[in-house]
Structures are given as structure tokens and as C-alpha cells.
Ligand binder design. Structure first.
Ligand SMILES: Nc1nc2c(ncn2[C@@H]2O[C@H](COP(=O)(O)OP(=O)(O)OP(=O)(O)O)[C@@H](O)[C@H]2O)c(=O)[nH]1
Ligand SMILES: [Mg+2]
Length: 99
């Protein structure tokens, strides 16, 4: 993921994980933060974690997948955002860029 981000190492970036409920957003966030993933419950509202990776400081927002919760983004990002789409392939346990 970091290889696809434009910017210089040392830069602070904000990443928002969006997707349907049960898509695996919180699991991905916890994996990136090297946290235990055996007990994850559906996200109410949102979680934010800071992770250092490839020289970047990534501030990662994990938004609960229910439509009403994702609506919180609209006032938070009035000028919109750049989007990178990733697909998780659960069977082969690999993540590939699908832009
Ligand atoms: N086999 C497998 N299961 C996964 C994977 N990622 C997530 N899961 C499981 O899918 C379920 C939902 O994962 P979450 O990370 O809670 O999904 P979420 O997108 O955060 O869901 P909401 O918080 O409801 O929006 C959990 O039981 C996870 O253990 C994966 O890559 N492989
Ligand atoms: Mg979640």
C-alpha cells in the first residue's frame, strides 16, 4: 500500500478504511498496528490508530460499515479525498491493488 502512496517518507498521511460491514476493515487496521485479531466485534462509530510504515506516519480511520456510520465522513472531509481501492482475497490470503 505504501508503495502506491504519493509523497515523501516522513510525511504524515490520513487513510480512511471504507467498506461494507464484515469486509475486514478493523482486522486490517489491527494487522497494520501489529495487534491481536482474534476478538474483533463490529465497529460502532469509528476507530483511529497511528501506524509507522515505510517511513510514513499513517493516521488510519476505520469507519463502521453500516451506511449511517459512514455518513459521518461527509462533514469531516468537505473537500473530498483521493481514493485507492484494495480487494482482499480471503482464500489466497493476499491483498492486491485493484485500482
Ligand atoms: N478468513 C478471513 N476472515 C477475515 C479476514 N478479515 C476479516 N475476517 C473476519 O471477518 C469478520 C469481520 O471482520 P471485521 O474486521 O470486524 O470487519 P469490519 O469491516 O471492520 O466490519 P464492521 O466493523 O461491521 O464495519 C471477523 O470475524 C474477521 O475475523 C480475512 O482476511 N480472512
Ligand atoms: Mg470494524
Amino acid at each position: 500500500m505504501c508503495k502506491r502512496l504519493r509523497g515523501s517518507p516522513g510525511q504524515e498521511l490520513r487513510i480512511v478504511l471504507l467498506g461494507l460491514d464484515n469486509a475486514g476493515k478493523t482486522t486490517l487496521l489491527k494487522c497494520l498496528a501489529s495487534e491481536e485479531v482474534s476478538t474483533i466485534t463490529p465497529t460502532q462509530g469509528f476507530n483511529i490508530k497511528s501506524v509507522h510504515s515505510h517511513g510514513f506516519k499513517l493516521n488510519i480511520w476505520d469507519i463502521g460499515g453500516q451506511r449511517a456510520q459512514q455518513a459521518v465522513l461527509i462533514p469531516l472531509f468537505p473537500s473530498g479525498w483521493n481514493e485507492l481501492d484494495f480487494q482482499a482475497d480471503h482464500e489466497q490470503e493476499e491483498v492486491r491493488a485493484a485500482k
